[in-house]
Design a protein around this ligand. Structure first.
Ligand SMILES: O=c1[nH]c(=O)c2[nH]c(=O)[nH]c2[nH]1
Length: 297
């Protein structure tokens, strides 16, 4: 029986890094979670415990912190590309890398005297993400966010669906539409103003959510992706995963009260789960971009 090592990658997961920039009295903060993994000639460490090629996960962790001091963090895409390139360029046995980074956003605290120099507040907000995959000279960047919670209190309908013996859902021309948007998009190229593009994409998605008169969450999702692709030729495709966070009208008739779409029960489960990819026809092949990005179809 022949047994061999298949695909593998290894590294340090969830390196929590907070980098303060203290160049002036007005500090800035970057708060990230880095998972660094390497691919390459690591057969012997698996089959024989020969660590000669094994860049220790502890070393990878230290590299993250040292790079943060030496170069700053900057856009998470740039930081991930820097780490991936360093490992592939420095070690003959490293042929590829996967660098995943999440970023938690902090806002400056507003005081009576204005925004505070060195005090911050985290207000929910979405978590920005990136996964950089490097395979030899080829590089892919898939960025996105999760936890962007949005709701519209009208401008959403749902009707016209098949009625079966098991259908109880009432058709509606006025309902709450609420979701936590999880999105990832694949960039074409690696030389972009990542922060500017990220800000633009999120605001385009929010605008599309607000402005689309929704006949289904699926339609809203599609419009959000379409609007991003129309505005950003550097984006090849957008993938979404969105729960439909149901809000059920409470029956107040036992109390002799009407309920003209004002009082709802916000259910936390079960929820609809709507997932789709919106892509341009002429997009370059995804290559390995999505290979290790779980949770998206
Ligand atoms: O926007 C919706 N899409 C559905 O597929 C669906 N199914 C359902 O019961 N409610 C909804 N709402």
């Amino acid at each position: 029986m022949a047994i061999r090592l298949g695909d593998n990658q290894y590294g340090k997961a969830e390196v929590r890094l907070v980098r303060i920039n203290r160049d002036s009295d007005v500090h800035t903060i970057k708060d990230v979670n880095v998972t660094s993994q390497l691919r390459g000639d690591f057969e012997a460490v698996h089959t024989e415990g020969d660590n000669g090629n094994c860049v220790a996960t502890d070393t990878q962790k230290n590299t993250v912190y040292a790079f943060a001091r030496r170069y700053g963090v900057g856009a998470i895409e740039d930081f991930a590309l820097r780490l991936a390139r360093y490992h592939v360029d420095t070690f003959d046995q490293v042929h590829g890398a996967r660098q995943e980074i999440e970023e938690y956003s902090w806002n400056r605290i507003d005081t009576a005297a204005g925004p505070h120099d060195h005090s911050f507040v985290r207000r929910g907000g979405e978590t920005r993400t990136t996964v950089v995959t490097k395979d030899g000279d080829r590089e892919w960047v898939v960025s996105g966010f999760e936890g962007l919670t949005v709701l519209k209190s009208t401008g959403s309908e749902f009707h016209g669906y098949p009625k079966t013996e098991y259908t109880t859902l009432k058709e509606t021309t006025d309902r709450i539409l609420a979701t936590d948007v999880k999105a990832r998009w694949r960039y074409i190229g690696t030389d972009l103003d990542w922060d500017k593009t990220y800000a633009s994409i999120t605001s385009i998605m929010l605008e599309a959510f607000a402005e689309t008169h929704s006949l289904a969450l699926q339609q809203t999702l599609y419009r959000m992706g379409e609007a991003v692709l129309e505005a950003h030729p550097e984006v090849a495709e957008v993938r979404f995963s969105m729960p439909n966070n149901h809000h059920f009208l409470v029956d107040l008739s036992p109390f002799d009260l009407d309920n003209p779409n004002e009082v709802f029960f916000a259910a936390d489960r079960p929820y609809g789960k709507i997932e789709a990819t919106v892509l341009r026809d002429d997009a370059p092949e995804p290559g390995r971009a999505w290979e290790t990005v779980p949770g998206f179809i």
